[in-house]
Design a protein around this ligand. Sequence first.
Ligand SMILES: C[S@@+](CC[C@H](N)C(=O)[O-])C[C@H]1O[C@@H](n2cnc3c(N)ncnc32)[C@H](O)[C@@H]1O
Length: 354
Amino acid sequence: MLPRERIVREILDHGGWISFARYMELALHARGGYYASGAGEPGAAGDFVTAPELGRLFGRTLARQLAPLVAQGPGLPILELGAGSGALAETLLGELAVDYWILETSAALRSRQEARLGKKVKHLDRLPERWRGIVLANEVADAMPVHLVAWRADGVKERGVAFQNQEFHWQERPATGGLQEEASKIRVPPPYESEIGLAARAWMRALCEHLEHGLILVIDYGFPRGEYYHPQRAAGTLMCHHRHTAHADPFARPGDEDITAHVDFSALAAAARGAGAEVLGFATQAQFLVNCGITEVLGQANVENALVYAPIAAQAQKLLSPAEMGELFKVLAVGKGIATPLLGFSRGDRRHAL
Ligand SMILES: C[S@@+](CC[C@H](N)C(=O)[O-])C[C@H]1O[C@@H](n2cnc3c(N)ncnc32)[C@H](O)[C@@H]1O
């Protein structure tokens, strides 16, 4: 069954309405969904490009943060969540001698990762009961289903999906339960619409509960809470990507395009603290990469050879420029038992903003 038919069936089976989070889950992650089918593999030929897909500069710079942790004592293994095409794993394995594990929810993408990386990585089916090591998640949290909330003059509503006259429609109901509770903590001037990432919080909580010792790095686009629920962001951050074009209608092609929301990093930090982890750093991607020595990595490239150097310089521009990924993307580090300060947050740590 195609995702659209599956969603329609579920709406009808549930009395004509499902939450937007369920719609997003079915469109992206259920059988035949955008990620589940493999259509969501990032890259130039796909719908969007991620930092590891630009080239090796991102991974080589990140490796400088990870190297001391991988090398210390018995050495920490890496667990990458949602590895996409396997590009980041390939670069990191070129830089570090490390045990590398991947947990990937899409069977199609897992097959591609296995084909690309072979025996250099091992795949897990679920989070290990107890994990001692590093966890990496680049652009994974933004793919998690979000609940949509509308703050109206007469109270907080949940925006869900109905189906009438062969089309999906928005329909609001009073918010209830945990969603209502979370929404009531957010002070915004009505009318105001935004997202609440309950799934991402639960994911972060689970990661921290399973982490016995080590570091979790979440890299994604998003904001601390004060900026996320800013009075001027009254239409939220939900966005779709199709063939490198962004638009705001998630009903356009369920299963055939990306649906994403920015990450509320304050919520992730709170979830981590609630599960006994410590917040170790929070910085823009540009600041993090500069702290890790991206300019030194750049300096190792052959400046004399423009054919080699120009594409690497272009990667740096994309990764660092405030108009590209530099400011919007953030790096959040949480962990347990990591005593030494992390290189990536040596300057410009913005933990206070969380
Ligand atoms: C936007 S892609 C990013 C891929 C890769 N990390 C990159 O930066 O190119 C999202 C990836 O996360 C996977 N994914 C989504 N939710 C996940 C979850 N809960 N656990 C593990 N992987 C997940 C998707 O299947 C996909 O591989």
